[in-house]
Write a protein that binds this ligand. Structure first.
Ligand code: 5GP
Length: 115
C-alpha cells in the first residue's frame, strides 16, 4: 500500500530538499543522495504509485506518457543521450527501498565496456 509520507513524496512536496535537475507537471527529477555512478538521477512521477508494476497497471495513459516524456527530457537536460542506463528496482527482493515508483538514470564511462 502507498505511504504518503515516503521520502520521495516529501521531496515532491518540497518538505525535504533535493537537487532538482528537471520537473514538469508529470514528474520530478533530482540527484540521488547516494550516487552509484558518475551521474545518478532519480525520476519520480507526481502521482502515488508504489512501483513500476503498480504504475503501468493503474496510471492513466496520459500520465504514463507524460512520465516517460519527462524521463526523456531529463536525459536531454543532462546531456546523457550517448551513454545512460535506466533501472527500476521493483520489490524488496530486488533492492527497492523507497516505495514511490522511480527510475534511476545512471551514466558512467565504464558502461561502454560492460556488454
Ligand atoms: P531504490 O533502492 O528504492 O531503487 O532507490 C532509492 C534511492 O533513493 C536510493 O538510490 C537512495 O540513495 C535514494 N534516496 C533515499 N533517500 C533519499 C533522499 O532523501 N534524497 C535523495 N535525493 N535520494 C534518496
Amino acid at each position: 500500500m502507498y505511504d504518503k509520507n515516503n521520502v520521495f513524496a516529501k521531496i515532491i512536496r518540497d518538505e525535504i530538499p533535493s537537487r532538482r535537475v528537471y520537473e514538469d507537471e508529470f514528474a520530478v527529477a533530482f540527484y540521488d543522495i547516494s550516487p552509484r555512478a558518475k551521474t545518478h538521477i532519480l525520476v519520480v512521477p507526481r502521482g502515488e504509485y508504489t512501483d513500476i508494476y503498480d504504475f503501468t497497471a493503474n496510471a492513466p495513459s496520459d500520465i504514463q506518457t507524460g512520465f516517460w516524456r519527462a524521463v526523456r527530457n531529463t536525459v536531454d537536460a543532462m546531456n546523457l543521450r550517448e551513454n545512460f542506463r535506466i533501472v527500476a528496482n521493483t520489490g524488496p527482493g530486488a533492492g527497492q527501498s523507497v516505495f514511490h515508483f522511480h527510475v534511476h538514470i545512471m551514466c558512467d564511462e565504464r558502461f561502454k565496456s560492460d556488454f
